[in-house]
Design a protein around this ligand. Structure first.
Ligand SMILES: Cc1cc2nc3c(=O)[nH]c(=O)nc-3n(C[C@H](O)[C@H](O)[C@H](O)COP(=O)(O)OP(=O)(O)OC[C@H]3O[C@@H](n4cnc5c(N)ncnc54)[C@H](O)[C@@H]3O)c2cc1C
Ligand code: FES
Length: 252
């Protein structure tokens, strides 16, 4: 885990109101794995750092993807090139992408695209063909950068691709990885109990200390999304208890 002051070097819009920020953070770029996140802090900014999945890496840079859903994300999107953001990471437990399976489906709803470019890269390196199924409410909210050997688009209103949820559009594959609103992940768990899902909770420290990120487990009890998660086996989570109303849910 590294703590670095990372200059903001670029920003681009990839869907309506959805932006990718590129940060110069060499140590994190070289060590992060798909599904891991960084906890970002800046000044003046909120008291608590804000967690974001690492979206892509390129050389010494990491990228994060976000929309303005509150004060902190609005401040991040108002920053300009050369502003500096404190990055703590990489944090959390990554997707498990070992060689063996021949195909993987990446299922993303809205901002659930966040961990998928790295997952696609690692899956290809492990010899899998990648089908990326990306869904949102309407065409303007689809991230334009979804990329795979096959890309399947899904919109609730039918304005692009399959008319319905991303989960309904997933073809047969050996492995399923998913990220998006918790209600979408609950549907994934019903259909593929062994799918790996990246979940969202409230977070404080991001390092396993504050217990602010409790995830209810199907076997009873809780563990910490920032340490044991945020990637879990889908059926291991008690979806009836995990809140459905978090930002990924707003944006998908
Ligand atoms: C492991 C992990 C990875 C994440 N990756 C991404 C990502 O790649 N892109 C992205 O846009 N968002 C991501 N999030 C959610 C992101 O952290 C929150 O959107 C952000 O913290 C909101 O900050 P804010 O100050 O703008 O919102 P606030 O003004 O604090 O609140 C606005 C809304 O966000 C909710 N919220 C506030 N803090 C958190 C938090 N720490 N976790 C979850 N919900 C929160 C509130 O309930 C409220 O509905 C991730 C969250 C986690 C736990
Ligand atoms: S965020 Fe503090 S223990 Fe997980």
């Amino acid at each position: 885990m590294f703590l670095v002051d990372a200059p903001l070097v670029a920003r681009r819009e990839v869907a309506r109101g959805m932006f990718v920020l590129s940060l110069d953070a060499p140590q994190i770029a070289q060590s992060v794995r798909a599904g891991q996140f960084v906890n970002l802090g800046w000044s003046p900014g909120p008291l608590l750092r804000r967690p974001f999945s690492v979206y892509r890496t390129e050389g010494d840079r990491i990228e994060v993807i976000l929309k303005a859903v509150g004060a902190g994300t609005a401040q991040l999107l108002a920053m300009t090139a050369s502003d500096t953001i404190s990055c703590l990471g990489p944090l959390g437990h990554a997707f498990d992408l070992v060689a063996g399976p021949r195909s993987v489906a990446l299922v993303s709803g809205g901002l659930g695209v966040a961990p998928m470019p790295l997952a696609a890269r690692e899956a290809r390196a492990a010899g899998m063909s990648v089908t990326w199924v990306h869904g949102s409410r309407t065409v303007d909210e689809l991230c334009s950068e979804a990329d795979g050997d096959e890309v399947i688009w899904a919109t609730d209103d039918g304005s692009r691709g399959f008319a319905g949820t991303a989960v309904s559009a997933v073809p047969e594959t050996d492995v399923v990885l998913a990220c998006g609103p918790n209600r979408m992940l609950a549907a994934v768990a019903m259909r593929w109990p062994d799918a790996q899902v990246a979940v969202e909770t409230y977070m404080g420290c991001g390092t396993g200390v504050c217990l602010g990120c409790a995830v209810p487990l199907a076997r009873g009890g809780y563990d910490r999304a920032c340490k044991e998660g945020p990637v879990y086996r889908a059926a291991d989570i008690d979806w009836s208890v995990l809140p459905a109303h978090l930002p990924y849910a707003i944006s998908a």
